[in-house]
Design a protein around this ligand. Structure first.
Ligand SMILES: [Zn+2]
Length: 591
């Protein structure tokens, strides 16, 4: 195979640009109907065919064997030259990344003023990475875009149209914009299969699936990766060969991590991740693959169609369906979304990945406990979120539960650990609940804490801000941040923060155990203050203080167990009823 696949199979006609047919057809019809624009802006992720489409357009405009349907022939000298990106008098490709200044734009403008080399030819300027052009360069081009010479077409290609919008909004109104689609795994697989068939090779479906996932929406990458695998020799494509060539982790490794989480073996995370690190795993790819696995597991739990997964996973995931609720999986996916951008930039990918898995393994019980606490604390006093449970659920049928993810955990039938049925136990040791419910004797059974946890809070009188009240209601505020913003990282960090002071002018001091926590909270000050204001009046400002626990050298960030133990100890002090509840529920959290 002398020619790289990506080049060899680059489309020569509009009809070949199948995935972007919405753009290809419009362009072809514009030529056929003599409605050609002077400037086009092609937007889309890398590898989706922007340059290819621009070249096919240039080929169609300059083909020496013009066809009825206005497709380029793809074979005449003109087509061949344009297709291969070779030098051409009339079709010029410019990389804006290295020609971004005003002088380059001026030169481009002057060249465009000359007529094409032949009467029936068009000049086509293809400007790649157009968002790299400076504002001044755009201003220089604006004039020619406003009064374009005949038979000149500009095609700007960009992955970041919003930057053009920022730098040169007026030019956008002079262009026809097309948004290219990200290429889905199914399209990539189909194309790869066709290409390999044309090469006389066969491929296992799983091998194609792996390549498609690794290519992440770029057809060019998919073909280059296939080249990479084939360059190692050995004929037909197998999953094992793809894995070896691309340095991917076997799916069984992903499943093993999933099982660690399902079985809540937080302590085993470190060894498992360490082993992967020893094998030189790329944690960025590993996280993306693991997220795909969570997504597929979520689809299984919800009973929906499985997304692009291998036969192996198709068989394995249903076996694990009973181990996760949809709520669990959604929360984990949320955390992945929050962590992923940090992980990509971080020099401590292993640590971040590890921490994430530990949190996954612990996530479950933390939240269940908090739900129980809400119910217990709220029962007698009427102050906490869980208290008005009866009044809140009276008009809310249970079927509303699926819209509130944390509630769905309770209906998963075979989950291990303290379940919703057990969570309702505090009913007995909390006789105040019936008397406290406004619905009276005719009111429905007071629902378990977990059921009411995520329903909208009822109208309550706002409280005057004061440190004791704030501390007492802190959990409620943390829940509010989570419920209103779905900001798990922030709310779980807030859960580890302690309100330690409130000034007469409404300045709240939160104390946290690490700089990272302080930074995260300070960065979301508005969100936190908004949540506090839902309950308190006179709130002005947030100050975050870092106090490193004395006598502890190691950062406590990772030590979730210690943090939770502290938290439970504090809560037990606050709520005498908790002791009873913890004993009644036999919560495994307390050492
Ligand atoms: Zn031709």
């Amino acid at each position: 195979m002398s020619l790289a696949l990506a080049r060899k199979y680059r489309p020569r006609r509009f009809a070949d640009v199948a995935v972007q047919s919405h753009v290809a057809n419009t362009l072809r019809n514009a030529i056929a109907g003599d409605r050609l624009g002077h400037a086009y802006l092609l937007c889309g992720p890398r590898g989706t065919g922007k340059t290819t489409l621009a070249r096919v357009l240039a080929m169609a405009l300059n083909c020496e064997r013009r066809r009825e349907d206005r497709e380029p022939c793809g074979e005449c000298p003109s087509c061949e030259r344009i297709w291969s990106g070779g030098a051409s008098l009339d079709v010029v490709e410019i990389d804006a990344a290295s020609n971004r200044g005003v002088d380059d734009a001026r030169e481009l403008r002057e060249r465009a003023m000359y007529a094409p080399s032949g009467e029936d030819r068009y000049k086509v300027y293809i400007v790649d990475e157009a968002h790299m052009l400076t504002r001044e360069a755009w201003n220089t081009l604006l004039k020619i875009l406003e009064e374009p010479p005949p038979r000149v077409v500009f095609v700007f290609a960009t992955t970041e149209p919003q930057k053009i919008q920022q730098a040169a909004a007026p030019v956008l109104s002079r262009m026809q914009r097309f948004d290219l689609k990200r290429i889905g795994p199914a399209d990539v697989r189909e194309r790869l299969a066709a290409v390999l068939k044309a090469e006389g090779l066969t491929a296992q479906p799983d091998a194609l699936g792996m390549l498609a996932r690794a290519a992440d929406g770029s057809m060019r990458d998919a073909l280059s990766l296939t080249d990479q695998v084939l360059s190692l020799g050995g004929g037909d494509l197998t999953a094992a060969r793809v894995r070896e060539a691309l340095g991917l982790v076997h799916e069984d490794e992903h499943l093993a991590l999933l099982d660690l989480v399902a079985e809540r073996r937080a302590a085993d995370v470190f060894a498992a991740v360490g082993r992967l690190a020893d094998h030189g795993v790329d944690f960025g790819i590993l996280l993306a693959d693991f997220a795909e696995l969570l997504r597929a597991q979520l689809a299984v739990v919800l009973g929906g169609a499985l997304p692009e997964v291998s036969e192996h996973l198709r068989a394995e995931l249903p076996k694990r369906a009973g181990r996760f609720s949809a709520g669990d999986l959604l929360r984990m996916l949320n955390l992945v979304v929050e962590v992923e951008p940090h992980l990509r930039r971080s020099g401590q990918q292993q640590l971040l990945f590890e921490t994430l898995l530990v949190r996954f393994a612990l996530l479950d019980r933390t939240i269940e406990l908090e739900q129980v606490l809400r119910g217990v604390e709220g029962a007698p006093g009427g102050g906490a979120a869980g208290a008005p449970g009866a009044s809140r659920t009276a008009g809310t049928p249970r079927s509303a539960a699926p819209s509130a993810p944390p509630s769905t955990r309770g209906v998963a039938p075979t989950r291990p650990g303290p379940s919703i049925a057990r969570a309702s136990a505090p009913e007995a040791p909390a006789p105040g609940s019936a008397a406290g419910s406004p619905g009276g004797p005719g009111a429905p059974r007071r629902p378990a804490a977990a059921e009411v946890a995520d329903l909208p809070a009822p109208k309550r009188e706002p409280l005057a801000l004061d440190i004791n009240r704030l501390a007492e209601h802190w959990d409620e505020i943390v829940d509010r941040v989570n419920a209103d913003n779905r900001a798990l990282l922030l709310s779980s960090t807030l859960a580890h923060a302690t309100p330690t002071a409130v000034t007469g002018t409404g300045v709240i001091t939160l104390t946290v155990g690490s700089d990272a926590h302080a930074e995260l909270i300070a960065g979301s000050e508005a969100t936190v203050l908004a949540a506090v204001r839902q309950r308190f009046t006179g709130v002005q400002k947030l100050v975050v203080k870092v106090v490193t626990p004395e006598g502890e050298q190691a950062p406590r960030r990772l030590n979730e167990t210690a943090v939770k133990a502290d938290r439970i100890a504090t809560l037990r002090k606050q709520s005498p009823l908790l002791d009873a509840a913890v004993d009644a529920l036999d919560l495994e959290l307390l050492e």
